[in-house]
Every structure is written in structure tokens, then in C-alpha cells.
Design a protein around this ligand. Structure first.
Ligand SMILES: [Zn+2]
Length: 313
């Protein structure tokens, strides 16, 4: 039974590595190397989060600095981390190694240039969240409340180029109109790396039933976000994480659910969860609810691994 391990589709630890600055051993962060090992996380997505230009400066420069932090982490801890560039890298992971997959959160990093997407791919980026909360050259984010525009012409080109490059398209944070535009264009499975179900918690960052069904129809998935405000309108705990898992699996199928913790990107955590060391508690609860080992493995890591196999190859 203990062959269950974790894949987490989203964290913002790179921001701390760059800005504090600190190492991946730092105890102040939700994620550090000891906690990842304790939680049996064998695949961690690390996002280069492109925050607002007013605070963080030009997006591409900011993104490259975050990518440099990722590179330093990998080289300083080369025994512990293996960069994941393809499905075969996951297969070659040693028992004590953590696969680290580099992502970008916020297509503002492209600064309107398709060439930058190809350069990022060559730097090891295998997933891009098309927008953060606000407008960029690709699309509006969900918090761009006045316009709520969909994909620009440039955004359409980005989606097609991501398909061609075998990069995973992530629609967390995107406007509703943008969501449906991406669904129409992409030929590959699409994911929402860190979003929850709106029917359980009516936050604008969460997905409605039609969106969950649409992602399921692409054979994509939704990573459960641990931010209390996205989990529950009241105080959030592990039971709320389970509610979102159950709802999304009930609607889209067991192949549609994974974890997208948002560790180190959220200022509060649900009761009972302090970091990756606590994934066990979620697994225990799924076992108590009589989920089969096969289904638990899909939720915990199998579904994300399938996406990498199908999209990144
Ligand atoms: Zn986010």
C-alpha cells in the first residue's frame, strides 16, 4: 500500500528562493527538501510566478531570474532533484530522488514574442499557466473584472505553439471567456494546475461544472488547491480538500483529479496541513472512504504522470 507517492502540480517556492533569498532546505517555507521527502513527493512542479510589473519589474527579466533560482536549486542539490524534461525522466527517477518540473505562471513572461516561448522551452519549461489574475498579451485573467476578454490573436498563436512544442497548457487563473477559447483551439489535454470546484466553494478562481466537464473531455485534469478561501466559504480543513476531490471525480471521473497545492504561494493553509509532510492525512482519509488503491494512486500522482506522458512525451 505504501507505494502511493505524490505529484504536486503547483507551488511558488521559487519566489522565496529568489526573494528571501534562501535555499530549498529553509524551514520557513511550506516546501523544503525534508518535507518533500517526508510526504513522499516524487514529482514537484516549480512555478516561476510572474507577478505584477509595477512590483516585480519587466516580466521576462523577472522570469529568467526565477528560472535561474530553479537551476541553482537543481545543481546545488543534484543528489536530491532530477529535472523532468520528458516522461522518460520520470521513469528514471531513483527511489530517493524528487523530480522537479519547471513551469511558468503567467504568460506575461513572453512580452508578446512567440520566440520567447521557444526559448523558455529550451530552458526546460514544460508547462505555462497562460495568465495570472490580470490581463497580459495572451488573455485576461479572472480578476480583470471589467472586460473579461478572451484570447487575443497572439494568445491563439501561443496555444497552437504550445501544442506544437508539447508544452502543457494550464488554464488556472484565466478569464471564463479565455477558458473556452483555449478549449476550442488546443488539440492536447488541458489542465487547471491549481483550481477547485465552484459548486463546492463559489470563488471566482474556481471552476464551474461545465468547465470541469470540458477539461475532463480533453483528458486533462484539475489540481486541488489548498488555499482555504478556494476550499470553503467557512474555515477549511482536510475534509474540504476531500469534498473537492470527491466532487470533481464524481463529475469528471477519477482521471480528472490531482494535487496543485499552491504551497508557498498562499499565506494561509487549511487546518491539519502544514506542508507536503501532511499528504499522508489526505491519503488516510481517502482510504477510510474506501477509495481503491488504484484510484488513490491516480489522484496522488498517476493522473499528472499520464498528462506528462501524453503531452510532454
Ligand atoms: Zn496561482
Amino acid at each position: 500500500m505504501k507505494d502511493i507517492w505524490i505529484a504536486d502540480g503547483h507551488c511558488d517556492t521559487l519566489t522565496h528562493l529568489l526573494d528571501r533569498p534562501c535555499t530549498i532546505e529553509d524551514q520557513r517555507n511550506h516546501i523544503n527538501i525534508y518535507r518533500l521527502k517526508k510526504g513522499d513527493v516524487r514529482l514537484q512542479f516549480f512555478a516561476a510566478w510572474i507577478g505584477p510589473r509595477q512590483k516585480y519589474g519587466p516580466p521576462l527579466q523577472r522570469g529568467l531570474r526565477l528560472i535561474d533560482s530553479f537551476g541553482s536549486m537543481i545543481s546545488d542539490y543534484s543528489d536530491a532533484f532530477l529535472p523532468i524534461l520528458s516522461y522518460s525522466d520520470i521513469k528514471s527517477l531513483g527511489k530517493n530522488q524528487i523530480g522537479a518540473l519547471l513551469t511558468v505562471e503567467g504568460g506575461a513572461i513572453l512580452e508578446g514574442e512567440l520566440a520567447n516561448l521557444r526559448i523558455l522551452y529550451n530552458l526546460g519549461v514544460r508547462l505555462m499557466t497562460l495568465t495570472w489574475n490580470h490581463r497580459n498579451e495572451i488573455c485576461d485573467g479572472i480578476m480583470e473584472t471589467k472586460s473579461q476578454s478572451g484570447l487575443s490573436d497572439f494568445g491563439s498563436l501561443v496555444v497552437k505553439e504550445m501544442n506544437r512544442l508539447h508544452m502543457i497548457i494550464d488554464v488556472s487563473h484565466i478569464s471564463t471567456k479565455g477558458f473556452w477559447d483555449v478549449l476550442e483551439i488546443s488539440k492536447a489535454p488541458i489542465i487547471a494546475s491549481h483550481s477547485n470546484a465552484k459548486s463546492i466553494c463559489a470563488h471566482p478562481r474556481n471552476l464551474d461544472d461545465d468547465q470541469i466537464l470540458a477539461l475532463a473531455s480533453t483528458e486533462g485534469l484539475i489540481g486541488i488547491n489548498f488555499f482555504p478561501n478556494f476550499l470553503s466559504e467557512n474555515k477549511a480543513g482536510i475534509v474540504d480538500i476531500i469534498r473537492h476531490i470527491e466532487y470533481i471525480a464524481g463529475l469528471g471521473g477519477i482521471d480528472t483529479v490531482g494535487f496543485g497545492s499552491d504551497f508557498d504561494g498562499i499565506e494561509r493553509l487549511p487546518e491539519g496541513i502544514e506542508g507536503p509532510q501532511d499528504y499522508d492525512k489526505i491519503i488516510d482519509e481517502l482510504l477510510r472512504l474506501n477509495y481503491t488503491e488504484t484510484d488513490i494512486k491516480k489522484i496522488c500522482s498517476g493522473n499528472f504522470v499520464r498528462i506528462i506522458k501524453e503531452v510532454v512525451e
